[in-house]
Design a protein around this ligand. Structure first.
Ligand code: SAH
Ligand code: SF4
Ligand code: F3S
Length: 471
C-alpha cells in the first residue's frame, strides 16, 4: 500500500475532472483516497489561476495544511493544476513547506514524483547519530533543503485518454473532459499559458468513458473543454461526438461546457435542436456588451454576432436556458461600456450568470495595460450586475410556475427535509417533495421559484421506465 492521498480541488469543472483522473491514476499505483487531510500521507491541492482571489485562497490553505507537518514530518504537501503552472516559484517561496509542484500536463508522472517526494521527506528526518548524520542521510537532507520537486512540462499531446478516472460510482452526472488547453488567447486570460495548446481526445476514448459512466450509474454526461466546441477527432466534431454519445444506453441527458461563441457552428445548433438527449441549455460566455471592450479582449466576435447567435439558438431550441460569464472593470471599460453590458444582460435575459471583477494575470496581454478601473469602481459595477442578474434570474424562474418539468434526481435536498433535489433539462435546480432514488426522472409541477431554485411537486412519484435498475 503506497499510502493515503487527500486531494482538494479549486477552480472549474475541468479541474474537478482532473482530480478524479489523478485519484484514479494514483489508485492504480496503490494509493487509497481519504477525505481527511489529517489522515493523509500525501496532500495535493489542485489549483486555479484564473483570478488573484483564487490564488490567494490556495496560499492561505497551503499555509494552514503545512501545520500538519509539525506532527507528521513525512507528510508530502503538493500543489498541482493551473496555479502550479502559473506561479510555481512565487508560491514555493511563500510556502516553504511545499514539497511538490505538478503542472496540468504532468499528472501521468505523479506516481513517480510522489515516490520521489516521499523518499526525500522520509530521509530528511532520519535521526542524527552522534550529533552528525551519516553520509547517505546528509546527501538526502541536502536534497530536502532545496526547493520543492517541480514538474511543469506542458505536453501538447497529453490527453490522459488511457488513464483510469476515479469518477464517483453512483454519481448521476459524469463530467468528462473531451479536449484540453486553449488556443484563443483572450487578452485577459491565463488559461492558454497554464493549460497549453488545444488537443482533443479520440472520440472512441470519450465514448468508452461515457459507457463506463453509464454502467456506473450516470444518467447525465457533461462534455468539458475550455473551448469545448473546438473539439475535433478527424471528421468527428462536437456535434458528431454528442450524437454518438446520445446512443449510449442509460444516458438520458447530454450537456457541454464551455463553448466559445465564435465557434458555434450550425451543425452543433442543429444537433441541439434535433437530438432529444442534448439538453436545452447552454453556457455561452459573453464577457462584455461593448464592442470596444470585446475587441480589446480579442474575443473574435461582436455584440451583434453574439445577438445573432442567441437568436439562432432560440429559434432552433425554443426552451433553451442561457447562462454566461461577464467581466466588469476590464482595462479601459468606460461607464458607457459597462452600461452596454447591463443592457445586453437585460436584453438576452440570462437564466444565470457568473460575474467577475477583472483581475490582471501576469503573462497575459491585458496585464501590460493600465488597470484603469479602480477597485472601488469595479466593486460597484460588480454589485450592480449581481443585483440586476438576481432580478432577471428570479423573473426567468417564475415563468416556470404552473408548468410540468422533468427533474433528474441527484439526491436528498440539502435544506428541505423529505425532499429530493435535481435539475430540469434547462439545468435549473429543482426541489421536489418526494422520495426518489438518485438517477430517477420525476415528472413534477413547479409550484414556486426563487432566483436560484424551483420548487415542485411530483405528479408521478413512481420512477419511470428509464430510471436505473437496482444492480
Ligand atoms: N473558456 C471559457 C472561459 C473559462 S474561464 C470561455 O472562453 O468562455 C471562466 C471565466 O473566468 C471567463 O469566462 C471569464 O469571465 C473569467 N475570467 C477569465 N480570466 C479572468 C480575469 N483575468 N479576470 C476576471 N475574470 C476572468
Ligand atoms: Fe480563456 Fe479565452 Fe481560452 Fe476561454 S477562450 S479559456 S477566456 S483564452
Ligand atoms: Fe482555473 Fe485552470 Fe479551470 S485556471 S478556471 S482551474 S482551467
Amino acid at each position: 500500500m503506497a499510502g493515503a492521498i487527500y486531494v482538494e480541488t479549486y477552480g472549474c469543472q475541468m479541474n474537478l475532472a482532473d482530480s478524479e483522473l489523478i485519484l484514479g491514476h494514483v489508485a492504480a499505483h496503490g494509493y487509497t483516497t481519504t477525505d481527511d487531510p489529517a489522515a493523509a500521507d500525501v496532500i495535493l491541492l489542485n489549483t486555479c489561476a484564473i483570478r488573484e482571489h483564487a490564488e490567494e485562497r490556495v496560499v492561505g490553505r497551503l499555509t494552514d495544511l503545512a501545520r500538519l507537518k509539525a506532527r507528521r514530518r513525512d507528510l508530502v504537501l503538493g500543489m498541482c493544476g493551473c496555479m502550479a503552472q502559473h506561479h510555481r516559484a512565487a508560491v514555493a517561496a511563500r510556502v516553504p513547506a511545499l514539497d511538490l509542484v505538478v503542472g496540468p500536463d504532468a499528472y501521468r508522472r505523479l506516481p513517480t514524483l510522489l515516490a520521489a517526494a516521499r523518499a526525500v521527506r522520509a530521509d530528511a528526518h532520519v535521526p542524527i547519530r552522534g550529533g552528525r548524520r551519516d553520509d547517505a542521510t546528509a546527501a538526502a537532507s541536502r536534497v530536502a533543503d532545496v526547493d520543492a520537486l517541480v514538474d511543469v512540462r506542458l505536453d501538447p499531446d497529453e490527453t490522459y485518454a488511457d488513464l483510469p478516472s476515479a469518477r464517483a460510482a453512483g454519481a448521476v452526472r459524469a463530467w468528462i473532459t473531451v479536449m484540453r488547453g486553449c488556443d484563443k488567447f483572450c487578452t485577459f486570460c491565463v488559461v492558454p499559458y497554464v493549460r497549453g495548446r488545444e488537443r482533443s481526445l479520440a472520440a472512441d476514448a470519450v465514448l468508452a468513458q461515457v459507457r463506463v459512466a453509464a454502467a456506473n450509474g450516470a444518467r447525465e454526461v457533461v462534455f468539458l473543454g475550455q473551448t469545448v466546441n473546438a473539439y475535433r477527432d478527424g471528421d468527428c466534431d462536437l456535434a458528431g461526438l454528442l450524437c454518438r454519445a446520445a446512443d449510449v444506453p442509460g444516458i438520458l441527458r447530454l450537456r457541454f461546457t464551455s463553448p466559445h461563441p465564435a465557434d458555434m457552428r450550425p451543425a452543433l445548433i442543429a444537433a441541439m435542436a434535433e437530438v432529444p438527449a442534448i439538453a436545452p441549455q447552454l453556457h455561452l460566455p459573453v464577457q462584455s456588451g461593448s464592442d470596444v471592450v470585446l475587441t480589446r479582449m480579442e474575443r473574435g466576435h461582436t455584440v451583434a454576432d453574439y445577438r445573432n447567435l442567441v437568436a439562432r439558438l432560440r429559434d432552433g431550441v425554443p426552451e433553451i436556458a442561457l447562462s454566461t460569464d461577464v467581466i466588469v472593470g476590464f482595462p479601459g471599460e468606460s461607464p458607457a461600456d459597462f452600461e452596454a453590458t447591463c443592457r445586453l444582460i437585460e436584453e438576452i435575459g440570462y437564466d444565470h450568470a457568473f460575474l467577475f471583477k477583472y483581475s490582471p494575470r501576469t503573462l497575459t496581454k491585458a496585464a501590460r495595460w493600465d488597470d484603469s478601473v479602480d477597485e472601488e469602481e469595479k466593486g460597484r459595477r460588480l454589485a450592480h450586475v449581481i443585483a440586476l442578474q438576481e432580478q432577471i434570474s428570479a423573473a426567468r424562474n417564475r415563468r416556470w410556475i404552473g408548468r410540468t418539468v422533468e427533474v433528474l434526481v441527484e439526491g436528498a435536498a440539502r435544506r428541505s427535509p423529505g425532499c429530493v433535489a435535481g435539475k430540469t433539462p434547462q439545468f435549473l435546480t429543482t426541489v421536489v417533495a418526494a422520495a426518489a432514488a438518485p438517477g430517477t426522472c420525476l415528472t413534477a409541477v413547479v409550484t414556486g421559484a426563487t432566483a436560484h431554485t424551483l420548487i415542485a411537486s411530483a405528479v408521478d412519484a413512481a420512477p419511470d421506465d428509464r430510471a436505473p435498475r437496482a444492480a
